[in-house]
Design a protein around this ligand. Structure first.
Ligand SMILES: [Zn+2]
Ligand SMILES: [Zn+2]
Length: 247
């Protein structure tokens, strides 16, 4: 499984980090945050080969480039349908955004197969779990060719993620805050680095990526790693945009 971190940041785009977006084997995209499309271009990803877009939730930093992606696909004459999965209302959000952004009718010819998910589903090798965030956030576990990846999306510490991520090869987990910022983590429905480490340890995963690194936490990357390491003794990484992991 080839995992490409298209966008590794969160909330806002900075010079070196776009918002969350992760590409699996060149055909499955998890989230499409601000800046994702430019990075897909930089990576020379063929948009024609993208089969499925899984959205964790409807915060702008996770769906900000959705319309741009669909415009690009339409302009390039995509004729294959695109699967777009996400929480309840994903179909409405997408169609409303296209409409409000005055998408020319000829751009909307691309066929989108929507699937609104509630959490609890298992579909075509993808397991879905409702994590803890506002608005509703879905965590995904993806199995391909004997390898497994679990992506939490945005979430507070979530006990059920432990079984979703059980023994997976790669866990990509929200680690927005330092442990001493736990109060604000709870308030904003995000996790601390230590909590990400706890989930990784309890789930017995092989490798953990601390994800959704905010601009104001850049100076604390070493500290985030240290706090996660206190909980989990497997491999822990903080990745940059365009970085590729072979799982
Ligand atoms: Zn976010
Ligand atoms: Zn969010």
């Amino acid at each position: 499984m080839k995992v490409t971190f298209v966008g590794s940041g969160g909330y806002i785009v900075t010079a070196d980090r776009s918002c969350p977006s992760i590409l699996v084997d060149g055909e499955l995209l998890l989230d499409c945050g601000f800046g994702a499309l430019k990075n897909l271009r930089t990576l020379n990803v063929s948009l024609k080969d993208l089969k499925k877009l899984l959205l964790t939730h409807h915060h702008a930093d996770h769906v900000g480039d959705l319309v741009g992606l669909l415009w690009a696909m339409a302009m390039e004459g995509r004729d294959k349908p695109l699967e777009v999965w996400g929480p309840e209302g994903t179909d409405r959000l997408t169609m409303d955004l296209l409409e409000y952004m005055n998408t020319p009718p000829e751009y909307t010819v691309i066929k989108i197969n929507f699937r609104n998910l509630a959490g609890g589903e298992t579909l075509n090798g993808v397991k879905v779990l409702k994590a803890i965030h506002k608005p509703v956030n879905l965590a995904y576990r993806i199995e391909r060719n004997g390898k497994s990846l679990c992506y939490s999306g945005d979430t507070s510490y979530c006990e059920q993620l432990i079984s979703l991520a059980s023994k997976c090869n790669l866990l990509i987990h929200d680690a927005v805050f330092l442990d001493e910022q736990r109060e604000i983590a709870v308030l904003t429905n995000h996790s601390t680095a230590g909590e990400a480490g706890r989930v990784a340890r309890a789930a017995g995963v092989e490798k953990l990526v601390l994800f959704h690194i905010l601009p104001f936490n850049r100076a604390f990357e070493a500290e985030l790693l240290k706090q996660a390491k206190r909980e989990f003794d497997g491999e822990i990484l903080i990745v940059k945009d365009l970085e590729v992991l072979e799982v």
